[in-house]
Design a binder for this molecule. Structure first.
Ligand SMILES: NC(=O)c1ccc[n+]([C@@H]2O[C@H](COP(=O)([O-])OP(=O)(O)OC[C@H]3O[C@@H](n4cnc5c(N)ncnc54)[C@H](OP(=O)(O)O)[C@@H]3O)[C@@H](O)[C@H]2O)c1
Length: 285
């Protein structure tokens, strides 16, 4: 859709934004101009907003203006001078100490064509404030932003997929070297152990829940590992996935050779095993 010669790229009109209660945003230079109007839009969507700017008085004035329009607005000020790395560090530290999550960071503040000058740290003023200041701020807050997208359960699932990918890849490498050692993966079933204590509260199962009756005991959970490790029937068999002591089909992804090789490479890189193939030869020697 075109409007007055410009391509329209808004997916939602600003009047259609959803209720984002619980979200937290930081906006630099939210005390006036485009920043202040952005603060109003965020408050309208019920986002909690931190105005990050230099001057407390002008921030208080802005907050008053926002609250006149949106009395329930959750908007606050935190001091930030983008022309000072010390101020940026203090801001990031103070924000983290508040214990708030961070979902949105809007790097809005900016200056244009001031007389030549430098920031506190000696950088040309405009580049220092408009870019370097925001670069530093963003990097100091990046962990906070990323945390919101971390799923502990997803991380667990990924690590378990990695276990199976590794087992298959290892078995192939051993076989290629005509090594008599084999590698298999085992799923013990659902077993009543402390493993579940780490679940987020919303997925926690009450300790006295009847559901535990459906879980295996740790002794039963050990059956599969013992069977694969000790049974003469398994001797010489590799590249298999056992569930309840029976060979089973593992997920489609786990059979992808490209993923198995990629994981091997990433793992060598993470552990700084410089020479992947030499290390493999050593491992198999
Ligand atoms: N207006 C336009 O036509 C236009 C066009 C393209 C892009 N932009 C960009 O849009 C953004 C907002 O501009 P605007 O038009 O709303 O300008 P503005 O009304 O002059 O607002 C600039 C904001 O930046 C803040 N700021 C300046 N230096 C700062 C520093 N060292 N530390 C922290 N905050 C600082 C100011 O706060 P203080 O009160 O502390 O100075 C103010 O809140 C800028 O990045 C600008 O480059 C604007």
């Amino acid at each position: 859709m075109k409007s007055s010669g410009h391509q329209k790229v808004l997916f939602l009109s600003p009047t259609e934004f959803p209720n984002l209660d619980g979200r937290v945003a930081i906006i630099t230079g939210g005390n006036r101009g485009i920043g202040l109007e952005t603060v109003k839009g965020l408050c309208k969507a019920n986002v909690t907003v931190i105005i990050a700017c230099r001057d407390e008085n002008s921030a208080e004035k802005a907050i008053k203006e926002v609250k006149e329009e949106f009395p329930a607005a959750k908007v606050d000020f935190m001091k930030l001078d983008l022309g000072s790395l010390k101020s940026i560090q203090t801001f990031a530290k103070n924000f983290k100490e508040k214990g708030l999550p961070l979902h949105i960071l809007i790097n809005n503040a900016g200056i244009m064509c001031p007389p030549y000058g430098t920031t506190e740290d000696g950088f040309e003023l405009t580049f220092g404030i408009n870019h370097l200041g925001h670069f530093a701020l963003t990097n100091l807050l990046l962990d906070e932003l990323i945390k919101k997208y971390y799923s502990a359960l997803e991380a667990y699932n990924q690590s378990k997929l990695a276990n199976v990918l590794f087992s298959y890849e290892l078995n192939r490498r051993l076989k290629e070297k005509n090594c008599p050692v084999t590698s298999n993966a085992v799923h013990p079933g659902i077993v009543n152990t402390e493993l579940f204590h780490g679940l987020p509260w919303c997925l926690k199962i009450p300790q006295d829940g009847l559901i535990y009756l459906l879980f295996k005991t740790p002794k039963q959970g050990a059956d599969s590992s013992l069977y694969v490790a000790l049974s003469p029937e398994i001797e010489g068999l590799g590249g298999l996935y056992f569930v309840n002591s029976s060979p089973s089909q593992s997920s489609e992804e786990s059979h992808r050779e490209d993923l198995q090789k990629k994981l091997w490479k990433i793992s060598c890189g993470s552990l700084e095993f410089q020479n992947d193939s030499n290390r493999t030869v050593n491992l198999l020697a």
